[in-house]
Write a protein that binds this ligand. Structure first.
Ligand code: AMP
Ligand code: ZN
Length: 454
């Protein structure tokens, strides 16, 4: 089956041709770990997880390599650790494990590799050395900078003119730069800052070189797909391309560049000052958004209801819509079971094969639910990473005070009112909760346990 993806590099939808179908390689820029990830950060994690699942489905589970890095050296990390009086190591470890818990709750598979920048400093130093040797970088004032004038097609990915790039965001003006667009590959570290020895003195890498070095180490000099949010296209990805191509002398870094659109909340940019800033953790585990907690699969589906390249306007209404869809699928699946023809799920694969058309894929799931095709529904739901949607509800989702029912039943049994005890048992069963009578192994006392059966 042909997969078609929109490639930012060529501004067109192209048929995907992996360099090696036995090992399809993709890299996605991961989080900088200094604070909880927000729901905007959840979007690339989810979108590229769907892509990972699609590639595994088409090329085989063991024929796809997905690397998503963790940036654990960065000025934001240094500042936050100082502000909170914690060590950098502690801050990055805690934040990385929060991130893992969050994305796992959103149904994202762990990537094949999750490189940490601080474990690849040697690769970065080597790559910077290579750039200097090939005349693409220069040392100045304790820094090493990439010489953008040395690369004739610098700006190609972002399709920006030099003037636009100079005026563009995040481009710092500094006296030691030869050209205003030159960017930092290495910078000096003070006493208290994390630093590593290098031919240019004790220092630390710039952000862009991290991804160039880690992707080359894990996926090779040229690989298939590079992803991230649209805000990263310039300057981050432009600079990754410049570093990688110039260091390796290659014509391309990644063949396909894919970018997800931005998430806004209730029509506005998400920002702390507007008070509409929501972390994944808050949405899933606190009552900050809409006065209640939301299951991970609801957030995931709410994201996938918009095509990944479009901006999302995030709202409570959208979460409610996603939740209603899931409830419908879950109920129909509970009734219909795994009847029907799983082969129909091919329609979901085809929708995703068209530049990840998740909206059409979701439409197919609705269709399977209507035609009571439980097996296709299950297969399609899995391809979208929404397994949680059909799984038996967890204890936390059950809105019944099971313990009160158990106590009432025990009281009835103590009075030998068997009819009432059985009535309580059956009433719970109707709500999907099965009671099991047993004995406490320690005390020999009768105990009743329960499990969710649908
Ligand atoms: P950062 O930690 O800012 O580098 O972001 C991590 C990832 O989340 C990058 O791929 C960003 O492009 C992406 N991202 C950040 N904010 C948003 C947003 N509001 N909507 C969608 N993606 C975002
Ligand atoms: Zn990156």
């Amino acid at each position: 089956m042909d997969l078609k993806f929109y490639n930012t590099l060529t501004r067109s939808k192209e048929t995907f041709e992996p360099i090696d179908p036995a090992n399809v390689r993709m890299y996605v820029c991961g989080p900088t770990v200094y604070d909880y990830a927000h729901i905007g950060n959840a979007r690339p994690a989810i979108v590229f997880d769907v892509l990972f699942r699609l590639l595994r489905h088409v090329y085989g589970e063991n024929h796809v390599t997905y690397a998503r890095n963790i940036t654990d050296v960065d000025d934001k990390i240094i500042d936050r650790a100082a502000r909170d009086g914690v060590s950098i190591d502690e801050l990055t470890k805690t934040t990385a494990s929060q991130y893992h818990a969050d994305v796992a709750a959103l149904g994202c598979l762990p990537p094949t590799h999750e490189p940490r920048a601080t474990k690849h400093i040697g690769d970065m130093v080597a790559m910077i050395g290579q750039l200097i040797e090939r005349g693409h970088a220069y040392a100045a004032d304790g820094h090493v900078l990439f010489d953008t004038a040395s690369m004739p097609d610098y700006g190609k990915l972002a399709k920006r003119s030099l003037d636009e790039m100079v005026a563009g965001a995040r481009v710092e003006v500094a006296s030691y730069k030869k050209n205003p667009t030159d960017f930092v590959l290495w910078k000096p570290s003070d006493e208290g800052q994390p630093g590593w020895g290098s031919p240019w003195g004790r220092g630390r890498p710039g952000w862009h070189i991290e991804c160039s070095a880690m992707s080359a180490a894990l996926l090779g000099e040229t690989f298939d797909i590079h992803g991230g949010g649209i805000d990263l296209a310039f300057p981050h990805h432009e600079n990754e391309v410049a570093q990688s191509r110039c260091a390796h002398g290659t014509a391309v870094m990644a063949n396909v560049w894919m970018h997800n659109g931005f998430l806004q909340v209730e029509g506005q940019k998400m920002s702390k000052s507007l008070g509409n800033f929501v972390t994944i953790n808050e949405l899933l585990r606190t009552k900050t958004f809409g006065g209640r907690e939301w299951p991970g699969e609801v957030l995931r589906l709410a994201m996938l209801m918009t095509h990944y390249r479009q901006p999302i306007d995030f709202s409570i209404k959208r979460l409610e819509e996603a939740e209603a869809k899931i409830a419908r699928w879950r109920n129909l699946f509970a009734e219909a079971g795994e009847g029907g023809d799983a082969a129909d799920a091919q329609a979901v694969t085809e929708a995703l094969a068209d530049d990840l058309n998740t909206w059409d894929a979701i439409g197919e799931l609705d269709r399977f639910a209507s035609s009571r095709n439980g097996s296709a529904l299950k297969a399609g739901v899995e391809l979208l990473g929404l397994e949680g949607a059909l799984a038996a509800q967890s204890a936390a989702d059950i809105d019944v005070d099971v313990d009160a029912f158990i106590a009432a039943r025990l009281a009835a049994r103590a009075e030998k009112n068997w009819a009432e005890a059985d009535r309580i048992r059956d009433e719970l069963l109707e709500q999907g909760i099965q009671l099991k009578d047993g004995k406490d192994p320690a005390t020999g006392e009768p105990v009743t346990t329960w499990e969710v059966v649908r």
